[in-house]
Design a protein around this ligand. Structure first.
Ligand code: FAD
Length: 611
């Protein structure tokens, strides 16, 4: 066999953030020669903002990443110092597992996972340009400490996060940066611009960090984690670290007054006119909260530990980018933080991202084949959204090289499918964040059944390691055993579940043999029974949606003959030559009216195929 050239890889991933780690590791798990190129190895696995993973909608993504063999869930479980399920009073489908994470543990475990992954090489450098040959992306030009190199690959995955032409604003000051004290990625941004990638500016922000020993926890309420942790990964069975509490305090009228007085110094729209990129609506800065909710006297703040050996806490809810003296003054007006010492000031960052309508469902660029984009570069916000996209991009880069079929993930089987569909189909007006309300089939997309929904797909794609696969097989056997045990009582138990009177303990009282199985597994049964009538109805909708999606369109169709399509739609269809209604409907520029016209036509063809 011909030996591969030293500078040739199957997949090159640019960026060591959450998207990059998952992408590079997934490709390597599939046996591809995978290179992770990033500015600094010591920032691999860095949590740029909050020291927590999961939450509403995001927890679903983490469980799905785990179900597909990804790293985030298991590493979050190993690094967690506080587990809490959010929305516990609501139905299982919309509950969000979340964990406070020890930042240094997370980085350590992530780096270890990457370093010990076969077929994966890690290299430091600044990627400055893309190599384009025969109309496709064929590698990257990277500047390392010693030299500039051309590295070739079958696919390149860009996961540059907030670094593309990043600008950090604190008050009236602006400095170029990808994160605090890290240089931005400027040359690569110019390359994308020169190649007519549709770029947009977005903004996000982070709170100041405080010295833990300088705050007064006695003046605040303590929030402990759940006694029974709910893990993200099927590989986790017990908490690995001591538990640390969070503290709860709140802003007050004096805090709000100070903010209002300082607004003219803010880089946000009420201050500087030049900082006007949209920010995350669901995670506003304190300045924005005071303006938008002006009748409220208080905003809750969660003081979260950053780690077991860390003397730093993260004041969640206190994101701001006012000048430093104002930040200090505002913090000191809050109960429990009167003497807080600020270890790093809050800031906001503006950065460029690519309009994700220019990428496919496989996250491959429509403008430059063999180039994949994943993470914040596609306009999302959050670690979990980034990691999920990285995983999908890494898998697809390898599947394409091998000529294998794409992953069958869609809105009906995963939050990952919902996110990718949303991103690639709809215009982005603000950083995209996963929410349970985005999933129309959410009753069947629960965290407790992510394994059943996705692991078989991952096994088919060969992107899952042996321990994960073994655990999946073991779980399958356990479910089989439980099914056998409950069969005679199924009807009664299901009825009790629907009446909301069935608990795990009650199940074990009826059937003591169920004591051999975990609470989590039995809770999955209760949720399955409870949701069954609704899920059955949804299944009919899903079957209809999938049927329509797969309706074939003739390859040489004359779109002008339909009459109802605009010139833009006809151009887009003629250029892409979609083979199914689903792929036509996901093309940029295809309007809902055009989809209906195409659906009518596709149904007509299905009823009367050409002889
Ligand atoms: P990142 O984690 O940003 O990683 C990008 C990686 O690419 C880095 O390793 C960088 O060194 C590398 N890189 C970039 N360009 C190059 C190049 N040319 N060559 C080589 N390497 C390169 N999320 C929330 O959910 N809520 C929040 O409130 C929130 N606030 C945030 C506040 C700030 C200030 C920042 C910076 C981020 C915030 N985030 C927030 C976002 C969260 O950090 C990101 O969504 C997530 O980390 C994105 O992951 P990523 O992998 O796409 O990119």
């Amino acid at each position: 066999m011909k030996h591969p050239e030293p500078h040739h890889y199957d997949v090159i991933t640019v960026g060591g953030g959450h998207a990059g780690c998952e992408a590079a590791a997934a490709a390597a798990r599939m046996g591809a020669r995978s290179l992770l190129l990033t500015h600094r190895i010591d920032t691999i696995g860095a949590l740029s903002c909050n020291p927590s993973i999961g939450g509403l909608g995001k927890g679903h993504l983490v469980c799905e990443i785990d179900a597909m063999g990804g790293l985030m869930g298991f590493i979050a479980d190993r690094s967690a110092i506080h587990f809490k399920v959010l929305n516990k009073s609501k139905g299982t489908a919309v509950q969000g597992p979340r964990a406070q994470i020890d930042r240094s543990f997370y980085k350590k475990h992530m780096l270890h996972a990457l370093k010990t992954q076969k077929h994966l090489t890690i290299m430091e450098g600044d990627v400055q340009d893309l190599i384009i040959e025969q109309g496709r992306c064929a590698g990257v030009l990277v500047k390392t400490l010693e030299q500039r190199k051309r590295l070739y690959s079958h696919a390149v995955i860009l996961t540059t996060g907030t670094f593309l032409q990043g600008e950090i604003h604190i008050g009236q000051q602006t400095t170029p940066g990808g994160r605090l004290h890290e240089k931005p990625s400027t040359k690569l941004a110019l390359t994308l611009k020169a190649r007519h990638f549709p770029l947009k500016r977005l903004k996000t922000g982070t709170p100041p960090r405080l010295k833990a020993s300088s705050i007064n926890p006695h003046a605040m309420n303590t929030q402990n984690g759940d006694e029974q942790p709910r893990f993200f990964s099927i590989l986790s069975d017990k908490a690995q670290n001591p538990h640390m509490p969070c503290f709860i305090t709140e802003t007050n009228p004096s805090t709000h007054e100070k903010i209002r007085n300082a607004l003219r110094f803010s880089p946000l729209p009420y201050g500087r006119k030049d900082v006007n990129a949209p920010g995350p609506r669901y995670c506003p800065s304190l300045e924005e909260k005071v303006i938008r909710f002006h009748t409220r006297q208080h905003h809750t703040l969660f003081i979260e530990p950053e780690g077991i050996d860390s003397d730093v806490v993260y004041p969640n809810g206190l994101s701001m980018s006012l000048p430093e003296t104002h930040q200090r003054d505002i913090i000191h007006s809050i109960k429990g933080l009167e003497k807080a010492h600020v270890t790093a000031f809050g800031y906001c960052i503006e950065y460029s991202c690519v309009d994700a309508r220019s990428i496919t469902h496989q996250l491959e660029s429509r403008l430059l084949p063999h180039l994949y984009l994943a993470g914040q570069i596609n306009g999302t916000t959050g670690y979990e959204e980034a990691a999920a996209q990285g995983l999908v991009a890494g898998i697809h880069a390898v599947l394409k090289q091998r000529g294998q079929k794409t992953l069958p993930i869609d809105r009906a089987n995963s939050y990952i499918g919902v996110m990718i569909d949303d991103l690639t189909r709809y215009p982005l007006h603000e950083p995209y964040r996963m929410l349970t309300s985005r999933a129309e089939y959410r009753l069947r997309l629960r965290t407790d059944n992510a394994t059943e929904r996705l692991t078989a797909i991952a096994i088919d794609a060969h992107c899952i390691n042996v321990p994960h696969k073994r655990q999946f097989e073991q779980r399958k056997k356990q479910l089989h055993d439980i099914n056998r045990l409950i069969k005679p009582h199924q009807e009664t138990l299901a009825k009790q579940a629907r009446q909301h009177v069935l608990t795990v303990d009650a199940m074990r009282q009826t059937l003591p043999a169920l004591s051999a199985f975990s609470d989590a597994l039995l809770e999955k049964y209760i949720a399955d029974w409870r949701y069954a009538p609704y899920v059955e109805r949804q299944d009919a909708d899903i079957a209809a949606m999938r049927y329509d999606d797969a309706l074939p369109l003739p390859p040489h169709m004359d779109y002008t003959s339909l009459g109802a399509l605009s010139t833009e739609c006809i151009e887009a269809l003629e250029q892409a030559k979609p083979t199914t209604l689903g792929s036509a409907s996901r093309l940029p520029g295809i309007t809902p009216a055009a989809v209906i016209a195409l659906l009518r036509h596709a149904k007509k063809i299905a009823r009367h195929p050409d002889p």
